[in-house]
Each structure stands twice: as structure tokens, then as C-alpha cells.
Design a protein around this ligand. Structure first.
Ligand SMILES: Cc1cc2nc3c(=O)[nH]c(=O)nc-3n(C[C@H](O)[C@H](O)[C@H](O)COP(=O)(O)OP(=O)(O)OC[C@H]3O[C@@H](n4cnc5c(N)ncnc54)[C@H](O)[C@@H]3O)c2cc1C
Length: 384
């Protein structure tokens, strides 16, 4: 049975990012196998995230914006995001770019196959891929599915359907993407639109919901049609691409190191920010940290802070609790956040880069009684 230094189980966003950072480190010569059941040659998703300055994938960023538009209950218009830029990266560009880079490393093998079994042994991580066993010193797993059924957690879903449309009339402002447009029926949960313009006549328009159940396909499409007819002077339009996605918004504990030789990364490792669903930038930061620690200590174990991480996790749980129990209209909560704080601070807060006192100030800007009720409920759930 062949044994590698590292096996990367799942060559999606996290798996390919990890391989990329390993090749930039002193571990670049280690034997590696990347396994995925798909070839990853489709534009299966588009990542958006905010970033200051240039990041590692700047050369393949598809679009970036210095300002973003928000439409809430008592605030509508452009938000000043300060030193941040809101960036858009297409899946196909990312997969192609990383694979072209990894092709320079003869010690890195790719295998298309389905992982049927993954377990820890005394000698390393053990996998069965299409009936064939393989082993590695460490297996980095992004194929594990989180348990979203535990009633002790908050288990919401962020689900969305998007169309890339090309319109008859020029109706998009290329400098103004809409990141949260709440001017749609809220239906008792949290619903908004993204409009991410490529040019004056082409944009990704995405209908997004935070709740605990998916809709029928026609319901997403009806809402997209209604929004386009109501808020875009588009004329006729054609749909060239469709995107559908579901991202867990859960405070499931998701251990990153479930066994000695197995490390969970990406969504599987709990890298998704529970209260927003954003995963891309966190994954980049966490994986750089993981590789640095592997180089320094020989062990891929990220250090956990005793206070900051649990406190930020608790804030996520409180927001999830408020949303899950409909304690206050979500459109109004997000409006309060952006209206009463510099938007740049909110992005830092969502990136978990704010101090304890900044967190308290920001939490003080949302409607207090639903959040106090949520905080008490979370405290009760977590303690008892
Ligand atoms: C449509 C969509 C849009 C998104 N947009 C954003 C965004 O704008 N911003 C953001 O921050 N986050 C976004 N996300 C969330 C998150 O960034 C992505 O889901 C991201 O791809 C997660 O990376 P990952 O590596 O954990 O999972 P994936 O990228 O899904 O990688 C997992 C890989 O494992 C493979 N695999 C699974 N099971 C097996 C098996 N048994 N055997 C072999 N291979 C297997 C899959 O084929 C896949 O390639 C989006 C998610 C979706 C679905």
C-alpha cells in the first residue's frame, strides 16, 4: 500500500488552498496526494469576500469594488468600506490557477475518485478510494459532512440561487454591487438579494435566504424574476449561468483535529463563520496558520485561544439564536449594524479582528431586548 506524507481528501477550495500554501513552505517537497471525486473544471461557484490590499489570488480576481450598496429598513445606499475592497473570484479561475501552479511539483499527485472510508490508525491516516487503500502521515479532510441535526446547536442554512443575466438595457452600475438588498418579502425569516455587476449589462443576481429549510426551485426563480422586474430596468434578459448553494450556518463544534493523523479543513473543519456563511477568507487565514505550525512543530494543530475564540463563537450563537427564533426582523438587525457603526468596523467585526470592547460597542448597536433574550437562551443551552 502506498504511503504519502500528506493526503488531501477533497480538492475543492480548502484542499487546493492547502496544497498551494504547502508548496510555498519548506514542506514543498513532501509527497502529496489530492483526491476528489470531481475534475473541478466547471465554474461551480463564485466566492465573494472583503480584503485590504492585495491577497494571494489577486491576479485571478474577477471583479473588485471599493464601495458596496445596502438596502435595509431605515438605511439605503452606498456603504463606505474604507480600506477594504469587496472582491469576486470565480471557481473555475481558482481551480485552474492552483492546478497550473501545482503542476510544477512532481511530488504532488492528483487522483479522481470517491473516498469511501477514512480512519485513523497507529501508522497514519488510512483511506479507501474506489476500493484501493492508501495511507498518509496526515490526512487533511474537507469531505466530512457536519452534523446539522443536533438540537443543542443552532442549525440554520444559508441557501441561494443566482443567475448571471445579460440585459437588453444597460442597467447595472459597475462600481456599485448590492450586497444586501432587503427589498423583498421577508416571509418571517431573512431574505435579500446580491447584485454583482460584471459590466453595464451583465451581473450575477442572487436570491439568498437564512432559515432552516430549502425552498422549491420555482420559488427561488419566482423571487429572482420579481426582483429583476421591480428593481432593475433591464428590459428583456437572458440567463447564461445558474448557481445554487447551501452553506451551513451552525454553531456545531466541528473539531479540526478529530484524530491524531486526521485534520478537518474548510467547511468540514468548521471554518465557515456561522453568522454569515462566509468561508473563503477564513479558510485562507486558517490554512496559512496551519501550515506555519506544521513547519514549526511538525503537528498540524492550530492553537485555540482560551477566551477570544469562545467569545466570538458565543456572539455567533446569539445572532443565530435571534434569527432562528425570529426574535427581531433580520433586515432591521443588519440595518442597525450598518447604520450605527462605520461599515469598515462591521467587516472587521465579521472577520473577528475587533477587540472585546469594540465587540461590546457593536453589540450595543442592535435592538437590545431580542439579543438579551438570545444571549440568555444561548447561555442556558451551552451551560445546561
Ligand atoms: C455555490 C456556493 C457559493 C459560495 N459562495 C461563497 C462566497 O461568496 N464567499 C464565501 O466566503 N463562501 C462561499 N461559499 C461557501 C464556501 O466558501 C464554499 O462552499 C467552499 O467551496 C468550501 O470549501 P471546502 O473546501 O470546504 O469545500 P468544497 O470546495 O466543496 O470542497 C470539498 C471537495 O470534496 C469533494 N468530495 C466530497 N466528498 C467526496 C468523496 N467522498 N470523495 C472524493 N471527493 C469528495 C468535493 O467534490 C469537493 O470538491 C459558497 C458555497 C457555495 C456552495
Amino acid at each position: 500500500m502506498k504511503k504519502y506524507d500528506f493526503i488531501i481528501a477533497g480538492g475543492g477550495m480548502a484542499g487546493l488552498s492547502l496544497a498551494y500554501y504547502l508548496t510555498l513552505s519548506p514542506l514543498r517537497d513532501r509527497s502529496m496526494l489530492i483526491i476528489d471525486k470531481e475534475v473541478k473544471n466547471q465554474n461551480d461557484r463564485t466566492w465573494c469576500f472583503w480584503e485590504r490590499g492585495e491577497g494571494p489570488f489577486e491576479s485571478i480576481i474577477f471583479r473588485k469594488w471599493k464601495t458596496v450598496d445596502f438596502y435595509g429598513t431605515t438605511l439605503s445606499g452606498p456603504l463606505d468600506i474604507g480600506a477594504y475592497q469587496y472582491k469576486m473570484l470565480r471557481g473555475i479561475d481558482f481551480y485552474g490557477h492552483i492546478k497550473a501552479h501545482l503542476a510544477h511539483f512532481p511530488n504532488i499527485e492528483f487522483r479522481q475518485g470517491t473516498i469511501n472510508r477514512l480512519k485513523d490508525t497507529a501508522d497514519g491516516g488510512f483511506l479507501i478510494v474506489d476500493d484501493e487503500p492508501v495511507m498518509a502521515g496526515y490526512v487533511f479532510d474537507s469531505t466530512y459532512s457536519l452534523n446539522l441535526k443536533n438540537p443543542d446547536n443552532h442549525n440554520l442554512l444559508q441557501h441561494f440561487k443566482g443567475w448571471v443575466i445579460t440585459t437588453e438595457k444597460p442597467c447595472f452600475d459597475v462600481n456599485h454591487p448590492r450586497i444586501m438588498d432587503f427589498r423583498v418579502a421577508q416571509e418571517g425569516d431573512c431574505r435579500f438579494l446580491y447584485v454583482l455587476p460584471f459590466d453595464e449589462k451583465t451581473a450575477l443576481v442572487e436570491y439568498t435566504i437564512f432559515n432552516d429549510h430549502l425552498l422549491e426551485p420555482a420559488q427561488y426563480e419566482d423571487s429572482l424574476r420579481t426582483y429583476i422586474a421591480t428593481y432593475l430596468d433591464a428590459g428583456n434578459y437572458t440567463i447564461s449561468e445558474t448557481e445554487f448553494g447551501v452553506i451551513p450556518m451552525s454553531d456545531e463544534s466541528a473539531p479540526e483535529n478529530p484524530a491524531e493523523h486526521i485534520v478537518r479543513i474548510g467547511t468540514s473543519g468548521g471554518y465557515t463563520k456561522p453568522s454569515t456563511g462566509y468561508t473563503f477568507q477564513r479558510t485562507q487565514g486558517y490554512l496559512r496558520e496551519l501550515v506555519n505550525l506544521l513547519v514549526a512543530t511538525g503537528k498540524p494543530e492550530r492553537r485555540k485561544s482560551w477566551f477570544t475564540k469562545p467569545f466570538k463563537g458565543w456572539l455567533d450563537s446569539v445572532l443565530l439564536n435571534v434569527l432562528q427564533n425570529n426574535r427581531h426582523p433580520a433586515d432591521d438587525i443588519f440595518t442597525h449594524l450598518y447604520q450605527r457603526n462605520p461599515p469598515e468596523d462591521i467587516l472587521r467585526f465579521l472577520d473577528e479582528d475587533t477587540s472585546f470592547w469594540e465587540d461590546i460597542r457593536i453589540m450595543n448597536s442592535v435592538p437590545l431586548s431580542p439579543f438579551i433574550a438570545g444571549a440568555i437562551d444561548v447561555f442556558r443551552k451551552k451551560i445546561f
